[in-house]
Design a binder for this molecule. Structure first.
Ligand code: PMP
Length: 383
């Protein structure tokens, strides 16, 4: 079987599995003062350092949560604390292409949410953002670093500078960026960043909200025993956190292989377009993550294509398949101006730490078979 769906979830790295088993073999609650507890605490604090390094942040900036959905929900609150005193934010400004966990608006009322449009490549409209920032008093801006469907990278340093000029706060969903491009909260002027372990070879169900300034933190989503410096209560999942830390370290190493991954992705795209010159590659003219391609071929619905790939034991995804298993037209592609029919053809292929030449070879071997089975005319249809 060939796995090419890293943006949905990367395979667990062997060293992560080892780190988790090691932690699972221990007993103890990290809040306990005895030796068992201190050992668990040690594992958590080591992981915190490693996750901080991945995000270019200070160790104490990292709060472990159950994943990026929770990190986003926590960040998206109108109440932040500024040195203990509440800091109230009037509005949330987000882009039209965010992950559903940001689209939901978190704890902001619907009437307090504003949406920045994107262009045909999926890049946010900076003029519109500037106008929105101008017309509102105190805002939180939440814009993702790189899109999960298309891999398109936002001009986050420019966005961050605009946000900073307007005294607003800036949250970045960096889930798809982690391990695929450097995360630099300082350069991005980001106040908070969300990451999730399972996108780069860690376990599912663990992530982090990284908040740059210790003086300003979002009001907790989950209150209780005061774990994670009162930012997220509940007994820590030590094994998952240890695995997260190990994956973060390995993801930083992956940054050295970005060019290689990009070359593999480009070979795949060239192969798709060589057979079907009319294939549309979404966001092709924008900066994109090296590991992602999202494309559509007229007359090939993604739903049917995915089944055909699956019969060949190749796992890819439709443009928008984060959760439900059913293929619906993607809000990302509609925001980019594509028709529902084209959006329904979007197939996403995403590479990662375990992708080798044989994965790409196999994809390109089954691609002509799938086209011939589903719509042979697509071979000749021009761009
Ligand atoms: N943001 C983005 C950009 C994502 O791709 C995902 C996962 N599909 C999430 C947030 C949610 O992450 P998690 O699965 O850890 O809740």
């Amino acid at each position: 079987p060939i796995y090419l769906d890293h943006n949905a979830g990367a395979p667990m790295r062997p060293t992560v599995r080892d780190a988790m088993i090691d932690a699972l073999n221990d007993t103890g609650n990290a809040s306990s003062v005895h030796g068992h507890g201190r050992k668990a605490r040690g594992r958590i604090e080591k992981a915190r350092q490693r996750v901080a390094r991945l995000c270019g942040a200070k160790t104490r900036a990292v709060t472990f949560v159950s994943g990026a959905t929770e990190a986003n929900m926590t960040a998206l609150t109108p109440i932040w604390q500024d040195q203990g005193a509440p800091l109230y934010l009037d509005k949330l400004i987000r882009s039209a292409v965010e992950h559903p966990s940001v689209l939901s608006g978190g704890r902001f009322a619907v009437k307090d949410q504003r949406v920045v449009p994107v262009d045909s490549n999926g890049i946010v409209d900076l003029e519109e953002l500037a106008k929105l920032l101008d017309s509102e008093d105190s805002c939180l801006v939440s814009i993702m670093a790189a899109n999960n469907e298309t891999g398109v990278i936002q001009p986050f340093a420019e966005i961050g500078a605009l946000v900073r000029e307007n005294d607003a706060l800036f949250h970045v969903d960096a889930v798809q960026a982690a391990g695929r491009m450097p995360i630099d909260m300082e350069a991005w002027h980001a106040d908070a960043v969300s990451v999730s372990a399972h996108k780069f070879g860690g376990p599912q169900g663990i992530g982090a909200l990284v908040v740059r300034s210790t003086a300003r933190v979002p009001a907790p989503l989950i209150n209780g025993g005061g774990q994670e410096n009162w930012r997220r209560s509940g007994t820590e999942n030590v094994a998952a956190i240890a695995g997260f830390g190990e994956a973060a370290e390995r993801a930083l190493d992956d940054l050295d292989c970005v060019e290689q991954i990009g070359a593999a992705r480009d070979r795949l795209e060239a192969g798709i377009q060589a057979l079907c010159p009319g294939a549309i590659v979404f966001g092709k003219d924008a900066p994109r993550l090296a590991n992602t391609t999202c494309f559509a071929v007229e007359g090939i619905p993604a739903e049917t294509a995915l089944i055909a790939f699956d019969l060949e034991h190749v796992s890819v995804s439709s443009g928008s398949a984060c959760s439900s298993g059913k293929v619906s037209a993607s809000h990302v592609l509609s925001a980019m101006g594509y028709s529902e029919e084209i959006a329904r053809g979007a197939i996403r292929v995403s590479l990662g730490w375990d992708t080798g030449t044989r994965h790409i070879d196999r994809f390109l071997e089954v691609w002509p078979k799938i086209i011939d089975r589903l719509n042979p005319q697509a071979r000749t249809r021009a761009a």
